[in-house]
Design a protein. Structure first.
Length: 190
């Protein structure tokens, strides 16, 4: 049986899937054009044409994985319930990825002199509001919150605290912790 040549999005999906597998199995030190090309059954020039730098390939790989595990944004009609639901969804959908990436990317951060924060900023598109920015905007529209400027750090605090818990405990986050973050910290600050 003759194998047809992959092109376009089919080829790109196969390349990024192979790149993700290499990243998870070998970490950043083993995340090379050679390893990804071998896993994808292609050549290095095919990768270089799409991603001229190793960092470009890494960012595309992580971005694709994040899009595949998109966190559902609840719309319950109440800010508190939306926040708790969003945190539950984020924890369920991304906790394993956060743990894997935290260990696998240490070499990348060392080599580039960057941090998770800078990686997050590179992956986040400028025009895309975070889930917490969207649920706060909806709460303002409903009249649940006053329409006034709020610093992005405050608006996104629940997810930052959730991520901190993920890194510190390396375990699923208990419902009580999620509720405490929302009820005792975030809502009073808003």
């Amino acid at each position: 049986m003759e194998r047809t040549r992959r092109r376009g999005t089919e080829l790109e999906d196969a390349l990024l899937e192979a790149a993700w597998d290499v990243l998870l199995e070998q970490g950043y030190p083993g995340f090379t054009y050679e390893a990804v090309a071998a896993r994808a059954g292609t050549s290095r020039p095919v990768l270089y044409r799409r991603w001229p730098r190793r960092e470009d390939l890494l960012l595309a790989t992580i971005r694709r994985s994040l899009l595949a595990t998109r966190v559902e944004l609840p719309d319950t009609g109440r800010l508190r319930d939306d926040a708790i639901g969003l945190m539950r969804n984020a924890e369920a959908g991304r906790s394993q990825m956060v743990m894997l990436l935290s260990g696998q990317l240490m070499g990348y951060f060392r080599d580039t002199g960057t941090s998770f924060s800078e990686l997050r900023d590179q992956l986040r598109s400028a025009e895309t509001a975070t889930g917490f920015e969207r649920i706060v905007a909806r709460a303002v529209e409903r009249g649940e919150l006053a329409d006034r400027p709020r610093p992005p750090r405050l608006v996104n605090l629940p997810f930052d605290l959730l991520r901190h818990e993920m890194f510190m405990t390396l375990k699923p986050i208990p419902e009580q912790t999620i509720t405490e973050i929302v009820d005792q910290i975030w809502l009073p600050l808003l």
